[in-house]
Design a binder for this molecule. Structure first.
Ligand code: HCR
Length: 377
């Protein structure tokens, strides 16, 4: 029956929430949702999904040729997807509404005892934009992400506004860069109170050496009929026909995918990736040692309330945080000293982004990039 996953006491609230979204365009974070669907995790933590396939990220620099590295970057990208888009569903049974980061909120952590580090900061609140930088030996991935939402039928359609640029330092002292564009997502299952994410359309990985990976996403009821499916082609330039593909990789981004050299459509191919293996979660300092802008410290009372099911306590703490942020913006306006981000600076018209976007005929979105300033403490 409708809303079957919704706790009985929250059915009315869920109905109201669905009506709200149906007549709404813009920023989903502004809508208040019933308690059962609230997540204790802030959206500022999501960039950590880029670093969870740590092994695949670090393996990129071992690639000997542009072609090998293009495949390794593709493997790492595909390995991030199950975390990004199905982790909450896997852990809690449904997608949840993350906490909306405050301006300047930080999320900092590392993997493998500091071999790979992540820095993220909420660089804009209206609209919400997160800037992030992942750093490993001879490799950096920097990006930003915002979301534009609309409603279609029973589905929320989320366009990811943003991109990432991966920079690899090669042994000969030169640099190779890769533009990563982000797929469109659909939130389904709303009617039943059990939202989950499916990916759609295409995303690209453009290397500065000229090779392009074009990834096409499909879900249940599409070509393969299986949820979370994709087909990726690696070719010189954005893929139009399979005939000029160097490699074709296909399968499920939550499970196994196989690759074939060239484009023989009938071959099963060799195993490319098994994305259902164990994950490598980020290591974050204990809350007591975090600075006041760090996400888990700032949201602690709210997150504790949500986890314990004490939604009154969560709501009181959330209102206090939001009021204090509003007051800070008012004080800054009155003093004529607008808020300054602490970890990132805005870069308009990043030449690297435009160069790579032109190679894959990706229309650069009207968005800024953010450069990491480093940390002083
Ligand atoms: C759309 C979404 C917030 C944004 C999340 C993003 C796009 C953030 C950047 C990450 O790199 C990738 C990513 C993964 C998430 O799947 C995506 C979230 C899924 C749901 C959430 C909505 C704001 C929640 C809506 C509320 C529910 C109850 C309908």
């Amino acid at each position: 029956s409708d809303g079957e996953a919704v706790p009985a006491a929250q059915k009315a609230g869920w109905g109201t929430f669905l009506k709200q979204i149906a007549s709404f365009t813009g920023d989903l974070s502004q809508l208040s949702a019933p308690p059962f669907i609230l997540s204790p995790t802030s959206l500022s933590e999501f960039p950590s999904y880029w670093g969870e396939p740590t092994k695949e990220f670090l393996a990129i620099t071992a690639g000997q040729t542009p072609e090998e590295r293009q495949l390794l970057v593709t493997k790492w990208f595909l390995a991030t997807l199950s975390g990004q888009f199905t982790r909450r569903e896997k852990d809690t049974g449904s997608e949840k509404k993350p906490l909306n980061p405050f301006l300047g909120e930080q999320f900092i952590g590392d993997w493998n005892n500091g071999e790979v580090k992540l820095f993220a900061e909420q660089v804009s609140h209206h609209p919400p934009v997160t800037g992030y930088q992942l750093e490993g030996p001879s490799i950096t991935y920097a990006g930003n992400c915002a979301q534009k939402t609309s409603f279609s039928g029973r589905t929320i359609v989320v366009k990811q506004v943003g991109h990432g640029i991966l920079t690899v330092a090669l042994p000969d002292g030169s640099k190779e860069t890769y533009l990563i564009t982000l797929p469109k997502l659909k939130i389904e299952g709303l009617w039943f109170g059990a939202p989950y994410v499916e990916l759609s359309e295409t995303s690209l990985i453009q290397g500065s050496h000229g090779l392009t990976t074009t990834i096409e996403y499909s879900g249940k009821g599409w070509v393969s009929g299986k949820a979370h499916s994709f087909k990726a082609t690696v070719a010189k330039g954005p893929h139009i026909s399979l005939a000029n593909a160097l490699f074709v990789i296909s399968g499920e981004w939550t499970g196994e995918s196989h690759y074939v050299k060239g484009s023989p459509a009938d071959k099963e191919g060799k195993l490319f990736l098994n994305a259902s293996g164990p994950t490598n979660p980020i290591n974050v300092k204990p809350v007591e040692e975090q600075n006041e802008f760090e996400s888990r410290r700032a949201w602690k009372a709210v997150a504790d309330g949500i986890r314990k099911g004490d939604f009154d306590a969560a709501s009181v703490a959330k209102t206090a945080l939001e009021n204090s942020e509003r007051q800070k913006r008012k004080d800054e306006a009155a003093a004529g000293t607008p808020f300054q981000t602490r970890l990132f600076t805005t870069v308009q018209n990043d030449p690297e982004y435009h160069k790579l976007a032109a190679l894959c005929k990706h229309t650069p979105a009207d968005e800024d990039s953010y450069a990491f300033k480093g940390v002083s403490a």
